[in-house]
Design a protein. Structure first.
Length: 439
């Protein structure tokens, strides 16, 4: 089969080398906007193009490898299929699910194969792990996949990775598809349960945690990190219901940087050839992974939480009156507010409770009184804030009772065992510190 490679950046050499190793494949042409990248190929007598459209019009290739920035995948893949050319497209297949549908529809109408390149599914250590798993996947309790790297070490120097409009996001859309595909390879189709992003820089997340479940009930967590100081960590832990733990380090045995990619990219080309042989029957997982990534962004961007990011500075409240009594019939009520703005100089009452109030109107009977404290700086006190005393976390803000408002709030603090000022030496002038949940 004659192939052309469109996009001669950081990842293209792994395809070019894999093509060279495979006697059934011939490189017929290459394409890149940057003429400097074409020069060595021109010197070797290969057909070179700066426009993918001209390459396709030349009719030199039966298949193309698309190794372009993410925002170009959909249009170039569709153009190739409209020329009757099979497409092997780097992940993510597209940025949006709508574009993925457009690509799949074009594949159907033109009867051309669209194959997404997920390289980790061909990783030898992943395949060894898969071979050790029980055939009955319901015997698996949980899979955790860590995909950690420093993004700067993986790019070709172009900054499109850090441009949300071109990349589609950060580590979720970049490493998510390969990581999710690897987990899917082990436990089957996945549904998203929860997603949290963090370390967001100019709209691009450098950290994310995705929680998923497979159709047969196996829990999975995918942890994506773009911000390792250096190096990579790509491993998978599988916990069976009987307590057995199986692991795979995807990079074990591949010490040199990116050295596992040689066998993985040969695997991609074998997969591409198999998909072409299957023809119309071939169903590419690309759109499912695009949809999972889109859903992860939808869930994560709606959340107030951003991991690894400080959203407010600590707030110090100085005790102006200690209280020493506890009660088990106090009858406070959880107010509807999850947060309250507090001005510098305001005094509020600090109350511990073991009642775990969570829903507006919950009654709070079991309380221990700590005292009244003056906030030294303006802040927003929120449910989930950590409450600290002398370097130790003593509880978590559960919410507010407003029976004394507008004079002051009772700030309710969840604790495992009730205590009052005398139990923790909370004397006049002691400083209670409120920190945001993630700190
Ligand atoms: N770098 C990696 O480790 C890696 C790993 C797996 C997958 N991928 C995927 O591979 C794709 C390419 O990534 P990369 O890291 O090689 O990017 P890159 O920026 O290094 O390379 C992209 C190349 O495309 C060329 N280009 C841009 N617009 C063009 C256009 N309109 N026509 C022709 N050429 C054009 C650029 O000149 C550049 O040479 C991305 O989808 C990425 O997600 C990259």
């Amino acid at each position: 089969m004659k192939l052309a490679v469109i996009g001669l950046g950081a990842i293209a050499p792994f395809f070019l080398d894999a093509i060279e190793r495979d006697p059934s494949l011939t490189l017929a042409a290459v394409c890149d906007l940057d003429d400097k990248k074409l020069a060595p190929w021109r010197e070797r007598g290969l057909a070179v193009f700066t426009s993918h459209q001209e390459l396709l019009d030349a009719g030199l290739a039966e298949g193309v490898i698309v190794t372009l920035p993410n925002d170009l995948h959909a249009d170039v893949a569709c153009a190739a299929m409209e020329h009757g050319v099979a497409v092997c497209c780097e992940k993510p297949m597209t940025i949006t699910a709508a574009d993925a549908q457009r690509v799949i529809e074009t594949s159907r109408l033109t009867e051309s194969v669209l194959f997404t390149a997920f390289h980790r599914r061909y990783n030898r250590n992943l395949l060894d792990l898969a071979a050790k798993l029980p055939a009955d996947r319901t015997r698996i309790a949980r899979v955790v996949h860590r995909y950690h790297e420093n993004i700067e070490e993986h790019t070709g120097g172009d900054q499109w990775y850090l441009d949300v409009s071109r990349c589609g996001g950060g580590c979720v859309i970049d490493n998510g598809p390969n990581a999710l595909d690897a987990v899917r390879h082990l436990i089957g189709d996945l549904r998203l349960i929860d997603a949290t992003i963090g370390d967001v820089r100019s709209g691009t997340e450098f950290y994310a945690e995705l929680d998923l479940v497979s159709t047969n009930g196996v829990q999975a967590r995918v942890e994506l990190d773009w911000a390792l100081p250096t190096g990579e960590m790509k491993d998978i832990v599988v916990e069976l219901r009987d307590g057995t733990v199986l692991t795979a380090d995807l990079l074990d045995g591949y010490d040199a940087f990116k050295s596992s990619l040689a066998h993985e990219y040969s695997g991609i080309l074998d997969g591409f050839k198999a998909a072409i042989a299957e023809g119309r029957e071939y169903r590419d997982p690309g759109p499912d992974l695009v949809a999972l990534v889109e859903e992860a962004y939808r869930v994560a961007r709606r959340k107030e939480t951003r991991l690894r990011m400080t959203a407010k500075h600590e707030s110090v409240a100085k005790v102006v009156k200690s209280l020493f009594h506890a009660r088990d019939d106090r009858g406070m009520t959880l107010s509807p507010w999850a947060s309250r703005c507090v001005q510098a100089g305001e005094v509020h009452e600090l109350v511990t409770t073991t009642d775990r109030p969570s829903v507006e109107g919950d009654r709070i009977d079991h309380v221990g009184f700590l005292g009244f404290a003056e906030f030294k700086n303006a802040t927003v006190v929120e449910r989930g804030d950590g409450v600290w005393l002398r370097g130790r976390r003593i509880g978590t803000v559960a919410g507010f009772d407003e029976c004394h408002a507008p004079n002051h709030y009772n700030i309710l603090i969840d604790v495992p065992l009730l205590f009052t000022a005398s139990d923790v030496n909370l004397g006049i002038g002691a400083e209670v510190i409120f920190k945001e949940a993630s700190r």
